[in-house]
Design a protein around this ligand. Structure first.
Ligand SMILES: *Cc1c(COP(=O)(O)O)cnc(C)c1O
Length: 234
């Protein structure tokens, strides 16, 4: 068994164990394998081990990888999620090549993605990135603007607003890790209370997976624990 498939199995077992520990069903938590900086072969290895959804941060790298995977294994039907910062002049290829975008943080970006989503594809699944207190990247919608922006994005015809995403600052212990995840869940619940049909909380990475699942994550975005340490110099 390759190390990627062994790691995937361990991550899936950890997700299932944590879900059970907080009385959730393991199938309420989807694993997004974050493959940034790793090549097509790593994606194919994970796909052969049963992984279906992949997350990418850098557009050109992602497009090259999709082509390389398709060339080597045309029968693989994978789901691609864009999770990185979005420049407004790069929205068209995102709208054309991805199934989900987790990192929408401006109405202008959402408008462009909706305008540019090809008619033959289903609506693009969207998470709004929220800047909960101290978010490491400093990007994201501020909680006070969230209701307004979410309502306008939910009305765009070629998008389907699925929920919220956050990248909390690293925290020392699991208690401190839970707080920002709890805040994101409360924000999602407040949008639901206004009648918005949101089923997704995209939160939890390799280092705070357990805290995120305890607070209701429905998609966890895991890179290092599956593929190993990233080497940005490559
Ligand atoms: C890189 C990245 C991840 C994966 O992080 P790991 O710590 O390697 O699991 C998840 N989400 C986002 C937005 C990322 O940029």
């Amino acid at each position: 068994m390759s190390s990627i498939s062994r790691n995937l199995q361990a991550v899936n077992e950890r997700i299932a164990a944590m879900a059970r520990a907080v009385s959730r069903h393991a199938d309420e938590v989807r694993l997004l394998a974050v493959s940034k900086t790793f090549g097509a072969d790593a994606v194919i290895e994970a796909a052969d081990a049963g992984q279906h959804a992949f997350g990418e941060n850098y557009l050109q790298e992602a497009l090259d990888k999709m082509d390389a995977v398709k060339a080597k294994r045309p029968e693989l039907l994978l789901e691609w999620h864009f999770i990185g910062p979005i420049q407004s002049n790069k929205t068209r290829p995102i709208a054309e090549h991805f199934d989900w975008v987790h990192s929408v943080d401006r109405e202008k970006i959402a408008q462009r993605l909706s305008d540019q989503r090809p008619a033959h594809l289903p609506p693009l699944n969207i998470c709004l990135q929220v800047n909960i207190s101290g978010e490491a990247t400093k990007s994201g919608v501020s909680p006070s603007d969230l209701v307004d922006i979410a309502q306008r994005i939910a009305a765009l015809p070629r998008l389907r607003l699925r929920g919220l995403m956050a990248i909390p600052e690293p925290a020392a212990d699991s208690h401190a890790q839970r707080e920002p995840h709890r805040q994101l869940r409360i924000l999602r619940d407040s949008l639901r209370a206004r009648g918005m049909d949101l089923d997704t909380l995209s939160m939890g990475m390799s280092s705070d997976l357990d805290a995120a699942i305890a607070e209701g994550a429905t998609i966890v975005r895991i890179g290092t624990a599956i593929f190993g340490q990233r080497d940005y110099a490559k």
